[in-house]
Design a protein around this ligand. Structure first.
Ligand SMILES: CC(C)(COP(=O)(O)OP(=O)(O)OC[C@H]1O[C@@H](n2cnc3c(N)ncnc32)[C@H](O[C@H]2O[C@H](COP(=O)(O)OP(=O)(O)OP(=O)(O)O)[C@@H](O)[C@H]2O)[C@@H]1O)[C@@H](O)C(=O)NCCC(=O)NCCS
Ligand SMILES: Nc1ncnc2[nH]cnc12
Length: 316
């Protein structure tokens, strides 16, 4: 699966709804590509990949492939929604986007038979794609070339402003893992990451990916470097939900140990990650949130060049 011929790599300039629709298709293809690159990257401790299904018995690579394909139309809808609400104040956008997010969740559950593969990805990419749609229209006609990762992250932060206080700091029984972990440990999870403008990606995983590419590594090795960075630093509520704070600390400490041993540059990197995979599985640990942020990392890396378009956009 990859970008559709009619949208991939062609200049997308704003001339009206038809051009926003074409932009939406191009960006939806990019996000599906990012989700597939994530699930295919191997090995990823505790996660579904081509080595095994990690700490999961209810999903495999094919489940994620079906889920990603089912989400493509919804991803395009977020871009269109962002373009249509470009003039709406940023702090009023989330309420407008949430129904589209819930529709994506329903599409995911239909495609997976009720398994939660991409709930966090829907949230992250719903914000990211809505933000790009808004920037594309607000800055038209010169917006394309100036929409870089920082501009997108800043717009995501504006849209998500106040979400932690509004949705996590409220009294009452927690309804989800994220709400329970906030009350117990102050972890803000996907909401906190969004409100920070994907800070863990913007200031950590994305530079790690781009350093690895600049050093001559291929895309998968660069993604592995970015994933290791995330695993060592991201406050992943999936890890905490499954293994408690001790589980989150264990995962981050072990990832830091692999980094100190030289990371992707060191001989034996794959063997170290396979050993970590076995250890995570033994403890039922799964860093699903870090997997989502890895797909966000790839998307933010590819987006600026894609918006400037042209054949060069196919290079990484
Ligand atoms: C706002 C929501 C995210 C509310 O969901 P929740 O209250 O649960 O919030 P979190 O727990 O904080 O996170 C939910 C998912 O986000 C991913 N995640 C976790 N930590 C982080 C982080 N630090 N940064 C980024 N993302 C993070 C993670 O999703 C991934 O893992 C899931 C698969 O793992 P698994 O362990 O299997 O999960 P379960 O099935 O729940 O466990 P088992 O039953 O198998 O044991 C998968 O979702 C991955 O994507 C967290 O799970 C948001 O969901 C929401 O409100 N949505 C409504 C629609 C909406 O607003 N859409 C966007 C509009 S712009
Ligand atoms: N590869 C993966 N395995 C398990 N959970 C995930 N959530 C997102 N990507 C995942």
């Amino acid at each position: 699966m990859g970008p559709r011929p009619e949208t991939a790599g062609r200049p997308v300039r704003l001339r009206g709804r038809a051009d926003v629709a074409r932009l939406a298709g191009t960006l939806a293809d990019l996000v599906v590509e990012a989700l597939l690159r994530e699930v295919w990257l191997t090995p990823k401790p505790g996660l579904v990949d081509r080595r095994n299904t990690g700490s999961h018995r209810d999903m495999d690579v094919a489940t994620f492939e079906r889920s990603a394909a089912a989400l493509r139309p919804g991803f395009a809808d977020f871009v269109m929604l962002g373009a249509e609400c470009a003039a709406v104040p940023a702090d009023a956008v989330l309420a407008l986007a949430r129904p589209a997010g819930l529709a994506c969740e329903r599409a995911m559950f239909r495609a997976t038979g009720g398994v939660n593969t991409h709930k966090g990805s829907i949230f992250a990419f719903g914000l990211l794609l809505t933000a790009v749609g808004r920037l594309w229209v607000a800055g038209a006609p010169s917006a394309g070339p100036s929409i870089d990762a920082d501009a997108v992250c800043d717009e995501v932060a504006r849209i998500a402003t106040g979400i932690v206080a509004r949705e996590l700091r409220r009294p009452g029984e927690p309804r989800t893992a994220g709400e329970r972990l906030f009350q117990a440990h102050g972890l803000t999870g996907a909401r906190g990451e969004a409100e920070s403008g994907f800070a863990t990606v913007r200031h950590g995983a994305l530079p790690a990916l781009q350093r690895a590419l600049a050093a001559g590594h291929d895309a998968d090795t660069a993604l592995a470097a970015a994933f290791l960075h995330l695993l060592a630093r991201n406050a992943d509520t999936n890890l905490a939900a499954r293994g408690g704070i001790a589980g989150l600390r264990f995962a981050r400490a072990e990832a830091a140990r692999v980094e100190r041993a030289g990371g992707v540059e060191a001989p034996g990197f794959v063997a170290r990650m396979e050993a970590l995979d076995d250890a995570f599985i033994a403890k039922n640990l799964s860093p699903g949130g870090s997997a989502d942020l890895l797909a966000v990392t790839w998307t933010l890396h590819r987006l600026p060049r894609l918006l400037r378009s042209g054949p060069a956009s196919r290079s990484y």
